[in-house]
Design a protein around this ligand. Structure first.
Ligand SMILES: [Zn+2]
Length: 180
């Protein structure tokens, strides 16, 4: 994608209350209770906006040592610009979570990976996103920051920089605990 377009893209999830018009028939949406919860509803064609969290994936990519090392990327775009995180991103329609994590790691780090295990799934504090974390190892490619990242680098597991996002910190903490 053309980098210059990023300034004009709304990356944040649009909450249900921000939806004003029916995407099917263009009538004005109203609030209506469905399953005990107020939802945006189209009185003209019956469209209901079922607001749900966005599925995302992230990877702990490990390289055998000593010392054993993990790949981190430094974010180029908001939120948390300049902070280190695990590589990852949103799951696209038509791909599995494993396809998604392979693609995101390739895009952000240049590495081809093989997935070894699933670490767990966390909801972000806002509950806007649910992130499934995988443990993987590189099987090809060269470490090189993609367009979404300012930098990509290997870090020894015991010398990690502070990570952005509580979900990433929790997932890495669990991994380190599992490894003793
Ligand atoms: Zn409608």
């Amino acid at each position: 994608m053309d980098d210059d377009n990023n300034a004009f893209v709304q990356w944040r999830h649009a909450p249900a209350r921000a939806w004003r018009y029916c995407p099917l028939c263009r009538a004005e949406l109203i609030d209506h209770a469905w399953d005990g919860k107020m939802r945006r509803y189209c009185p003209q064609c019956g469209f209901v906006y079922w607001e749900r969290p966005l599925p995302a994936v992230a990877a702990v990519v490990l390289r055998k040592g000593p010392p054993e090392e993990m790949v981190l990327v430094r974010r180029r775009y908001p939120p948390e610009v300049g902070q280190w995180t695990l590589p990852g991103g949103g799951v696209e329609a038509g791909e599995s979570v494993v396809d998604a994590v392979r693609r995101e790691v390739q895009e952000e780090t240049g590495l081809a990976i093989s997935v070894d295990a699933q670490l767990g799934t966390w909801s972000t504090p806002s509950s806007e996103t649910i992130i499934t974390f995988f443990v993987a190892h590189p099987v090809g490619g060269e470490l090189k920051a993609g367009t979404d990242a300012m930098e990509a680098a290997w870090f020894p597991l015991r010398e990690l920089p502070p990570l952005a996002f509580s979900t990433h910190r929790d997932a890495v903490k669990m991994l380190l605990q599992q490894r003793g």
